[in-house]
Design a protein around this ligand. Structure first.
Ligand code: PMP
Length: 360
């Protein structure tokens, strides 16, 4: 069976090399006679897998020593609640930048726990741009500032890291983590669901500055308490062991590929080619301000909506799948994460050119 080019927003394409390695190690990991799925999370084999994955992630992202790395369950969506529970630290209010569907969800959840100051919203322009630093109405007394550097549905990516002074910056990096280097020291917390650039769904990575850990609001469930989770090495309960292992294989793959600088170079090129194709044609369009366009999620619409269904079915016949845009936005969306080879983007572009010739 030949594999397709899968443009899904998540769960998303994984590196073929890593899938093959996981297959080879499936029944008997490193001669121990069992699968990683069958191991005790407290046994020496799994502890070595877990520690190596964390060390590799720390190396890839150059995570400073005063940050904890946690491998949790519950998806990025659980963090929408865990963040106010842990990071309000006696304060009443937090700042949120509302720049698309996911940051809106984070806002709704935070409202259950605190006063939310929406320090910027691009709702008025249908979430087609990132706000400028000068337009952020930040509250110096906020407990933290939350934002979504890359909005997976709208395809909007901040071209800069917001400057928030002494107020910790919290980033939902679900769809951008590992796509290029970032200066972790600029953040109080970074979190991401794994199912885009890290590994299988079911694992959530949290990178948190140590001094922010320790004070929770009354009633915080143990499973949502960062002190409990970080002190126990993410093993207060049974962690998502297979996802953690698989993420470790992806981290090794990234290191072999040259790390995040090398990823940045390829990702920038892949995105530039696809946007150039969209912009160079009257047949396709993308509504996002060019400087705020996502490198990972590229939404585009066809001039004639009636052609959507045949675009999708013919693309599928050509081995290009999961291109349908999110139901809230419509049209198409090509998610081109780290594991999408450049040839996949080129195959999509060739198909788009051909489809336009036949239907434009
Ligand atoms: N934030 C962003 C930016 C996302 O793209 C997603 C998933 N598409 C989520 C949060 C929700 O993640 P999860 O399904 O892991 O809860």
């Amino acid at each position: 069976m030949s594999r397709v080019y899968n443009f899904s927003a998540g769960p998303a394409v994984l590196p073929e090399e890593v899938l093959l390695q996981a297959r080879d190690e499936m029944l008997n990991w490193h001669g121990c006679g069992m699968s990683v799925m069958e191991m005790s999370h407290r046994g020496k084999e799994f502890i070595s897998i877990a520690e190596e994955a964390e060390a590799d992630l720390r190396e890839l992202m150059a995570i400073p020593d005063n940050y904890k790395v946690m491998f949790l369950q519950g998806g990025a969506s659980s963090q929408f609640a865990a963040i106010p529970m842990n990071l309000l630290r006696g304060k009443q209010a937090a700042d949120y930048l509302s720049t698309g569907s996911w940051s809106k969800k984070a806002v709704s959840e935070a409202k259950r726990f605190c006063e939310v100051n929406v320090a910027a919203s691009t709702d008025g322009c249908n979430f087609t741009t990132a706000p400028a630093q000068a337009d952020l109405k930040l509250n110096p007394d906020a407990a933290y500032v939350h934002y979504t550097p890359n909005e997976t549905i709208q395809g909007v990516e901040f071209p800069y890291i917001p400057e928030t002074g002494d107020v910790p910056l919290v980033a939902d990096m679900s769809s951008a983590i590992l796509s290029r280097p970032v200066d972790v020291s600029k953040f109080g917390m970074i979190y991401a669901g794994a199912q885009k650039n890290i590994g299988p769904a079911g694992l959530t990575v949290v990178i948190l500055r140590e001094d922010l850990i320790g004070e929770t609001i009354p009633g915080t469930p143990t499973m949502f308490n960062y002190a409990t989770m970080s002190e126990g090495g993410s093993m207060y309960n049974t962690p998502p062991t297979y996802g953690w292992y698989f993420a470790g294989l992806v981290f090794k793959w990234l290191k072999r590929k040259g790390g995040l600088r090398a990823m940045e170079e390829v990702n920038e090129r892949k995105a530039a080619k696809l946007y150039a194709q969209i912009d160079g044609s009257e047949f396709y369009s993308n509504p996002v301000t060019p400087t705020s366009r996502s490198w990972m999620n590229v939404p585009f619409i066809l001039a004639n909506k009636e052609l959507d269904a045949s675009f999708l079915s013919q693309a599928k016949d050509a081995g290009l799948v999961t291109l349908k845009g999110h139901r809230s936005v419509g049209g198409m969306r090509a998610s081109i994460y780290n594991a999408m080879p450049e040839q996949g983007v080129e195959a999509l572009i060739d198909f788009m050119v051909d489809f336009e010739k036949r239907n434009g």
